[in-house]
Structure formats: structure tokens, C-alpha cells
Ligand binder design. Structure first.
Ligand SMILES: *Cc1c(COP(=O)(O)O)cnc(C)c1O
Length: 360
């Protein structure tokens, strides 16, 4: 039996009891009307929660989020046209790498601690036909202003593709208001499901742009055709789709605004309660989903992450590469409340040997 750990990672995240209950069930057969009705309902619920324009569709992929990013690059980018990738960290870089790997011409727009509310500087990139962005760059905790970027894309007739994997359910997403043409989400972040399911939401504009792909498994045209009858071309992640169905109904019943507000309050509480600690927030434009932190007393972020696990059974997220000693991350996604954040807040005060007063 694995030891109980307190998770504050941006995937997997703490799951809800209802999700765990479905996970314990026998996987049912799926080439039938029961499954089709459930998948079609998932599609409609998702489109509603995302305020997707009419005639948008959802592609369900049995894969983690990176596969959905790769599939989007293959299915939506034209080998004869130019794309620009907003690169603010590891996930922006992943889009760049995917474009290069699949021979899709792209330039990158490097970003450091800028949410792109001012899009003037992007104007050097109006000769592109597609813009790729990670709405929340999870490696640095940077949330972009998707409304401003969407307006820029609209003004310049650029297809706006958003990886919203670490935003959905915790931070505002509105495909119409933010002028998003294609959007990627995944099961194991804000949705608080196990990893293994990704979804790509395509507007009519994006569907019109589908490219012929040399690809059997991630062919969007094939997925869309099967999706019309509530099926996927190949065996789907049946259990995760059952869990998704339950979650989407619940989020929809309670209102997504309530979920975003809850994430905002949990994140706000955490940031306020750690003010006395030698930690400083790494990003000026933080999402509700996560807080990226830098130790300021010369202590190594990597060591802190290891010590929290060894001494308190708390799992926060280390960074890789150049940031590994400077940054670690605390997620606020999934089944979390202020009491759950208190476990980490208390441990951090104990670790730094600083008394925690005025607890509220
Ligand atoms: C988690 C995440 C992904 C997907 O990563 P996988 O390891 O493939 O699940 C993609 N983009 C962003 C912004 C993410 O946070």
C-alpha cells in the first residue's frame, strides 16, 4: 500500500469522492447507445461550460495533454503557412519543438513575466496564419490575457489555438469572449480526473482548417465523423469518460463561476498566509490554478521540495532545467479547500521555523 501523500501538484490533483467511486467500478462495454449518449452529453456540457460558438465540436483523445498538443499541430497547422508560438516556458517550448518535428514553419515569441495585455509588440507577427499559446504557462505560473491575444488574432485574421490544460475549471475561459478557435484541455488538471483523456474543442473555423494527416490514431476528421454518433474511432478511456460525465454535470449544476471563485479564494488564502515566509511569488500574473514560488533565503527550491516530501509527506512540484534551484510550484486545482492548504502552510512555517500567527 502506498503511503498517503498530500498532493499540491499541477496534475495529478486531489480527486473528489464521486470520481474515486466510479474509478473502482468494472469498465463497461462502450459500443452501444448508453456510451454514445454519455459522450454526446459530455460534448454538449463542455461546449456550454466553455461558451463555445455554435457548431463547435469536441474531439476526445485517449492520451495525455501533450498528445493533444501534437495532434493539434498535425491537424491544424499548414505546412505552407507560418505560425507563431508564444513561448513563456517549458510548455511554450513544447509547441515550438512539435512544430519543428512536424515541419510546420513557426517562429517563437519569447515572453518573460508579461501577460500580453499589451499586444503592440506582437504586431511584428501579423504575417502568420496561426498563433499557439498555453493560456497558463504551467512551468512559470504565468497566466496570459487571452482576451487581448484573442482580439489581436481576430484583428489580424489569425487562428487562435489555446492550450488551456491548466486553466479549465479554475480560471476564466470563454471561447467567444476570448476569440479562441481551438482549445485543448486534459483530464488530470482542474477537472481532477486521472490522467489519460484529452479533449480538443474545435470551432467551425478550426474545422475548416483541418489538414490531411499521415496519422491513424490522431486524425481529427475521423474522430469528428465517429463523434457524430457518440463514438471514438478506437477504444476510449471509458472509465475516465464516465468520471468526466459526472464532473461536468456537477460543475454545470453548481455553475463554473462558483468553481473559479473557489479556486481564487483558495489561492488567495495560500498567498496571504505565507507572507511571513522567505518565499516570493515568481510570477506577476498568477492564475488561480497555481502559485509558483522562489525561496529568497538562499535555500534551494529543489531541496525544499525533497524535504517537504520526506518530512511532511507533502508533494509540491519541482521545476526542471535552469529553474530547478530557484522555483517550485504549489497547485490549487481539484478537491482542495483552505483546510487542505493549511496542511502545507503549517508545514512551511515549521520548516522555516517561523511561528504562524493570526490564523483565520
Ligand atoms: C500538464 C500540461 C500539459 C500536458 O502535459 P502531459 O504531461 O502530457 O499531461 C500541457 N500543457 C500545459 C500547459 C500543462 O500544464
Amino acid at each position: 500500500m502506498m503511503k498517503k501523500k498530500y498532493l499540491y501538484t499541477p496534475g495529478p490533483v486531489p480527486m473528489y469522492p464521486q470520481t474515486l467511486k466510479i474509478g473502482a467500478m468494472q469498465t463497461p462495454y462502450f459500443r452501444n447507445q448508453w456510451f454514445a449518449d454519455m459522450l454526446l452529453e459530455c460534448e454538449q456540457l463542455l461546449l456550454g461550460l466553455l461558451h463555445a460558438p455554435q457548431n463547435s465540436r469536441v474531439v476526445f483523445l485517449t492520451a495525455s495533454g501533450t498528445a493533444a498538443m501534437e495532434a493539434v499541430v498535425q491537424n491544424l497547422l499548414d505546412a505552407q503557412q507560418h505560425a507563431v508560438v508564444i513561448n513563456g516556458g517549458g510548455f511554450g517550448q513544447r509547441f515550438v519543438d512539435l512544430c519543428r518535428l512536424h515541419h510546420k514553419p513557426c517562429s517563437e515569441y519569447p515572453v518573460a513575466d508579461d501577460n500580453l495585455r499589451q499586444t503592440e509588440q506582437l504586431s511584428a507577427h501579423t504575417d502568420v496564419d496561426t498563433l499557439l499559446i498555453n493560456g497558463h504557462e504551467t512551468t512559470t505560473g504565468l497566466l496570459y490575457d487571452l482576451e487581448a491575444v484573442g482580439q489581436f488574432c481576430k484583428n489580424n485574421r489569425i487562428l487562435h489555438i489555446v492550450d488551456a490544460i491548466s486553466m479549465f475549471v479554475t480560471d476564466e475561459l470563454d471561447m467567444q469572449k476570448q476569440n479562441i478557435d481551438a482549445l485543448i484541455i486534459s483530464s488530470h488538471k482542474g477537472l481532477a480526473l486521472p490522467p489519460g483523456l484529452s479533449m480538443v474543442v474545435l470551432t467551425e473555423k478550426a474545422i475548416d482548417r483541418l489538414q490531411p494527416v499521415h496519422q491513424l490514431y490522431f486524425d481529427f476528421a475521423d474522430c469528428l465523423q465517429n463523434g457524430q454518433r457518440g463514438q471514438t474511432p478506437f477504444t476510449p478511456a471509458v472509465t475516465i469518460i464516465m468520471q468526466l460525465h459526472q464532473r461536468l454535470q456537477q460543475i454545470s449544476d453548481e455553475g463554473i463561476a462558483a468553481h473559479i471563485a473557489k479556486a481564487a479564494s483558495v489561492a488567495g488564502y495560500f498567498r496571504k498566509q505565507i507572507k511571513k515566509l522567505p518565499l516570493r511569488v515568481y510570477s506577476t500574473f498568477m492564475p488561480n490554478a497555481m502559485t509558483a514560488l522562489s525561496p529568497v533565503d538562499g535555500c534551494s527550491a529543489r531541496q525544499l521540495v525533497a524535504d517537504l516530501d520526506a518530512r511532511y509527506d507533502i508533494v509540491v512540484t519541482p521545476n526542471g532545467g535552469a529553474l530547478q534551484d530557484r522555483v517550485f510550484r504549489v497547485a490549487h486545482m481539484g478537491n482542495m479547500d483552505t483546510a487542505y492548504m493549511d496542511i502545507l502552510i503549517d508545514a512551511l512555517h515549521d520548516y522555516f521555523d517561523i511561528p504562524r500567527q493570526g490564523q483565520q
